[in-house]
Design a protein around this ligand. Structure first.
Ligand code: 13P
Length: 257
């Protein structure tokens, strides 16, 4: 797998105006980024339409942070695949730990959303991760296998080619997060790759496996060098374009000289 996916989830941070200014900057930065690096940003819903106007003339993929599985219906406050498809969204982030934690989203819901996104030709970016209790009870792998199996239930080999997985240990995410040890990430990614290969006959080895959780300017190279890490999913360290630029420039130099 040659492509590297690097992207950021803005969570609930930027207004439309802030998002537009960020995207203008990132478009300029993207001009110097190798085509082997696939860049993506995942803004808040309110900014998607305006930002799409900027990203459509660039190679930056645009994602949404969540989605309902039904096309339409009495689901107040929800956004459907039909609505996101109308904007021209490429990536649907699903099952982020903050959605699981604060909005009780579970693997069954995520599975319905994955299938809905695929029906519309949008790429699900499925977030999985164990919490600190799973880790201390030594059941991280079992937890992750169960998340993968349920989230990917019913997908054909062909459909599996269009998904991406982000492994984000819950204990590593956000202000209180502790960056994971690269050796631990390597062990988990090897395990996730094997699990995907067991689930799908031919596509398991081609599903991009991204790593996320307190990835920053100091540690990102440790993760990107891991064999089964095919990209990075970054929060805080990519919300400022100067910081994101530094990561991209150093990554480019590290990978392509
Ligand atoms: P941080 O990089 O801020 O820990 O956030 C990671 C994340 O949640 C990406 O989805």
């Amino acid at each position: 797998m040659n492509k590297i996916w690097i992207g950021t989830n803005w969570k609930m941070t930027k207004t439309i105006e802030e998002g537009l200014s960020y995207t203008e900057d990132l478009k300029k930065i993207a001009e110097n980024v190798s085509s082997a690096i696939e860049l993506f940003i995942i803004p808040s819903y309110t900014a998607l339409v305006s930002i799409k106007e900027l990203t459509s003339s660039s190679r930056i993929h645009l994602g949404a942070q969540n989605m309902h599985w039904e096309d339409s219906g009495p689901y107040t406050g929800e956004i459907s695949p039909r609505m996101l498809d109308e904007i021209g969204i490429d990536i649907i982030e699903l099952g982020h730990s903050e959605r699981r934690q604060y909005y009780n989203e579970n693997d069954e819901d995520i599975n319905k959303k994955v299938l809905a996104a695929l029906r519309y030709g949008m790429k699900p970016l499925i977030c999985i991760g164990e919490n600190i209790e799973h880790k201390s009870n030594n059941i991280s792998k079992e937890t992750l296998a169960s998340q993968l199996k349920v989230c990917l239930k019913g997908l054909t080999d062909e459909q599996a080619r269009n998904v991406m997985i982000a492994y984000e240990p819950v204990w590593a995410i956000g202000e209180k997060g502790v960056p994971a040890d690269a050796g631990y990430v390597a062990e988990i990614h090897t395990y996730l790759r094997k699990t995907l290969e067991n689930l799908f006959d031919h596509s398991g080895s081609s599903i991009p496996l991204l790593y996320g959780g307190s990835v920053n300017r100091e540690n990102f190279l440790n993760y990107i060098d891991i064999t089964d890490v095919n990209g990075l999913f970054i929060g805080r360290s990519a919300w400022d374009t100067d910081s994101f630029r530094e990561i991209l420039e150093r990554l480019e130099k590290h990978l392509y000289g």
